[in-house]
Design a protein around this ligand. Structure first.
Ligand code: ZN
Length: 341
C-alpha cells in the first residue's frame, strides 16, 4: 500500500493532506484506519520520504504541517472508531432478560423403568419390601432350589446363558425368592424387580434381555385367596379399576398349584378384539402357591407356613398398556419413540 514513488519532489503537501484526511474519514474500522495510517504516515509513505529529502525550510514546514494534520486526524478517527466499537459491543452484549433462556433438554425415565417404579410403589403401598436380586446366578439357585428336575428344558444352554459350569445369567427373577427366604425366617412379603436373560431370538414379542417383577408372600395361613386378591389389586392399579382378573390352572415347577393370570381386555372390555385374540382376556403372567419343596429347601416348615409367588414381565405390562407393536422398540434407543412416554 505504501507509495514508494521516486518522484518525492513532486509531493504537494496540500493535496496529500486532503487525500489523507479523506481516506481517514472514510475508514470505517480500526483496521481500515491503520491501513490509511501506514499509507500516509508510514516509514515508506510519500510524506515521510519527502520529509527525508526536504531541502528548504518552507517545504519542510508545509510537509510537517501536513504530517501533524494527518496524525491529528488519525488520532481523532481512532477515538471515534473505538467509541463506536465499544457502543456496538455494549449494545450487542446487553442481556435481554425478556428473551427465552437456553433450553436444557430434560431427560426422562425409560418406559420400562417407569413401569418398574410404579410396580414397586404399588407393593410398597401393600407393605412389601423391595429386594435386589442377582443377575448372575448359580444353577443351584436358578434351577435346583426352584424344584427344576435335571432334565428340565430351561437348564439347557439353548435356553439359558451359561457363564461357567454352574454359573448362569438368570432366566427369571425367582432365585431372589430363595435368597430372601434363606436370609430370614418367615413372614416374608417381598418383590424383586430386575433384568433377566434368555437365549431367545429377538422378534416382535421376544428379546434376549427383559425385566421381571418377582413377588413372594410367605406367612401362616396364606391361601390362594390371598394370591387372587393381591394380584387383582395389582392388575387394577396397572390397567384400571374396572378390570376383572381370571386365574387359569397352569404348571410351574416351583408352585403348586400354579395359575396363569389373565386380565379382562381393556381395549374391547371383553367383546373381543385383536389385542385379546378375540377372547376378551389377556395373559399377564404366571403365579401359584409356593411348592412345599421350595419351602423345605430354604429351611421353612411347609406345615407351619405357606405362600404364593408370581413372576411377570415388565415389558409385557408396558406393551399392553400402550399397545406397542414391537418389543424391540424398547431397546432401539430411538428418542422419538421413547419420548412419547
Ligand atoms: Zn379385547
Amino acid at each position: 500500500m505504501t507509495d514508494s514513488s521516486d518522484t518525492v519532489a513532486a509531493v504537494d503537501p496540500q493535496a496529500l493532506q486532503e487525500e489523507a484526511l479523506a481516506a481517514i474519514a472514510a475508514a470505517s474500522s480500526l483496521d481500515e484506519l491503520d491501513e490509511a495510517r501506514v499509507r500516509y504516515l508510514g516509514r515508506r509513505s510519500a510524506l515521510k520520504l519527502a520529509l527525508r529529502e526536504v531541502r528548504d525550510r518552507e517545504t519542510g514546514m508545509a510537509l510537517n504541517a501536513a504530517r501533524e494534520a494527518i496524525e491529528q486526524a488519525v488520532a481523532t478517527r481512532q477515538h471515534e472508531l473505538e467509541r463506536a466499537e465499544l457502543d456496538r459491543a455494549i449494545a450487542e452484549e446487553r442481556v435481554d432478560v425478556t428473551l427465552p433462556g437456553t433450553p436444557h433438554p430434560r431427560g426422562r425415565l425409560h418406559l420400562v423403568t417407569q413401569v418398574r417404579r410404579e410396580v414397586e410403589d404399588i407393593f410398597l403401598g401393600m407393605g412389601y419390601e423391595v429386594v435386589d436380586g442377582r443377575e448372575v446366578e448359580t444353577t443351584r439357585y436358578l434351577f435346583d432350589a426352584l424344584n427344576m428336575p435335571p432334565n428340565h428344558p430351561t437348564r439347557s444352554p439353548l435356553h439359558t446363558f451359561y457363564v461357567g459350569e454352574d454359573t448362569v445369567l438368570r432366566s427369571e427373577t425367582s432365585p431372589s425368592q430363595i435368597h430372601t427366604m434363606e436370609a430370614k425366617p418367615p413372614p416374608v412379603y417381598m418383590v424383586s424387580l430386575g433384568r433377566c436373560y434368555r437365549r431367545d431370538t429377538a422378534d416382535a414379542t421376544h428379546y434376549p434381555i427383559f425385566h421381571q417383577v418377582e413377588g413372594l408372600a410367605v406367612d401362616r395361613g396364606i391361601t390362594l385367596a390371598d394370591l387372587k386378591g393381591t394380584l387383582r389389586a395389582l392388575l387394577r392399579q396397572l390397567f384400571g379399576a374396572e378390570r376383572e382378573a381370571r386365574f387359569v390352572t397352569h404348571f410351574f415347577p416351583f408352585t403348586e398349584p400354579s395359575v396363569e393370570v389373565l386380565v379382562s381386555c381393556f381395549q374391547c372390555d371383553g367383546d373381543g378384539c385383536p389385542m385379546c385374540r378375540h377372547s376378551g382376556w389377556i395373559e399377564i403372567g404366571g403365579s401359584g402357591m409356593v411348592d412345599p419343596n421350595v419351602l423345605r429347601f430354604v429351611g421353612y416348615d411347609p406345615e407351619e407356613v405357606s405362600g404364593f409367588a408370581f413372576g411377570w414381565g415388565l415389558e409385557r405390562i408396558a406393551i399392553l398398556r400402550h399397545g406397542l407393536p414391537d418389543i424391540r422398540d424398547l431397546w432401539a434407543n430411538d428418542l422419538r419413540f421413547l419420548r412419547q412416554f
